[in-house]
Design a protein around this ligand. Structure first.
Ligand SMILES: [Zn+2]
Length: 345
């Protein structure tokens, strides 16, 4: 099967069409692609050459012209996911109106091998989750000098970007697992509702707008409208994500329930890690298969004809004699037999 024939996958072609309408430069293509993709890998600045399908219809491999590749979630598949359509309200802070309680226990993948994470701010929180002066504080406050960039914690789609009462300038991002992260009191918002963001993208600047006594970032984590202490997920002092696979209990969503690491939880979470390890191993195996296919697809061969020289072959195939020698383990002085297959890419 020729993977190159997959060049016209809807993913790439629809993007090309969308982008060529305004600006056809590789830069613009890369920028828009990066925006739509849910993967957080940083752009290498290399134009991409092709896309390949994988066993998972929601996942593609992008081949770059320098032979490297990376996985991306198909933005079309992500856009069609119910997570980004149901209870999607660009104005309401909490669009989950129904009084549906959460199960006693459930697990969520926080990041998988295609998603990424960026700590909003590695610092000791200045105010914790839970009741404060008799009113619930649904997030955690992180010291944040005005004008400091605020980063998206995970890949996702901006649901709300608005000035909202006590929150001031607020951005709410919904993530593919259904979690939402809130970023409040910003001095400036740099994203709009509907924007796709990657972990680590700048979404605004720190500030003190709304009900705030000084510059800080009010950071919330919610699931189906229910807030829980972000410290269950993130150790802000070290900046690390505690677990890739998070096991929740319904009491985490009590407005007064702060993060505590008990031995029992630790045991449970470790068991979760075992489960995660198994799943991660299966994923790694599938990825290795896709990687092998990607590598095969980047290889190109040329059959030597009468009158060919290494110089001519290199020119015809847009490469150099040196590269040909390296790829085929030959010397510049090697005699080329007619009919020999040389790898040119
Ligand atoms: Zn706060």
């Amino acid at each position: 099967m020729h993977f190159k024939t997959l060049l016209t996958t809807c993913l790439l072609s629809s993007l090309c069409i969308a982008v060529s309408a305004q600006d056809n430069s590789a830069d613009s293509l890369r920028r828009d692609f990066g925006r739509m993709s849910v993967s957080s890998s940083r752009s290498t600045g290399t134009p991409f050459a092709d896309t390949l399908d994988t066993e998972n219809p929601g996942v593609k491999v992008i081949l770059f012209s320098n032979g490297t590749f990376r996985y991306v979630k198909d933005p079309k598949a992500a856009a069609e996911s119910k997570v980004f359509t149901e209870h999607w309200d660009t104005r309401a802070v909490n669009p989950y109106h129904e009084e549906k309680s959460l199960p006693d226990r459930f697990s969520l993948w926080i990041v998988d091998t295609l998603d990424s994470y960026c700590c909003p701010n590695k610092t000791r929180p200045s105010s914790q989750f839970g009741y404060r002066h008799g009113r619930p504080h649904q997030g955690i406050d992180l010291p944040y000098p005005t004008g400091t960039p605020v980063y998206a914690a995970f890949d996702g789609k901006v649901r709300v970007s608005d000035y909202v009462g006590g929150y001031g300038n607020l951005v709410v991002i919904r993530h593919a697992n259904g979690l939402e992260t809130f970023y409040g009191h910003m001095s400036r918002r740099d994203v709009e509702s509907g924007d796709w963001v990657n972990a680590g993208d700048v979404i605004g600047l720190g500030g003190s707008t709304g009900r705030s006594t000084g510059p800080h970032l009010h950071f919330e984590t919610r699931y189906r409208g229910y807030a829980f202490d972000p410290a269950w997920l993130i150790d802000f002092e070290t900046g690390t994500l505690r677990h890739r696979l998070m096991r929740f209990r319904s009491w985490y969503f009590n407005p007064n329930s702060r993060y505590v690491m008990t031995e029992e939880d630790e045991d449970e979470i470790n068991r979760g890690d075992e489960e995660q390890k198994k799943l991660a191993e299966e994923k790694a195996k599938k990825e290795a298969q896709a990687r092998a296919a990607a590598q095969r697809a980047t290889q190109k061969y040329y059959t030597v004809r009468s009158g060919d020289t290494l110089g001519k072959i290199a020119k015809k195939n847009g490469t150099t004699v040196k590269a040909l020698c390296r790829l085929n383990g030959i010397k510049e002085t090697t005699t080329l037999q007619i009919g020999r297959r040389l790898r040119v890419q």
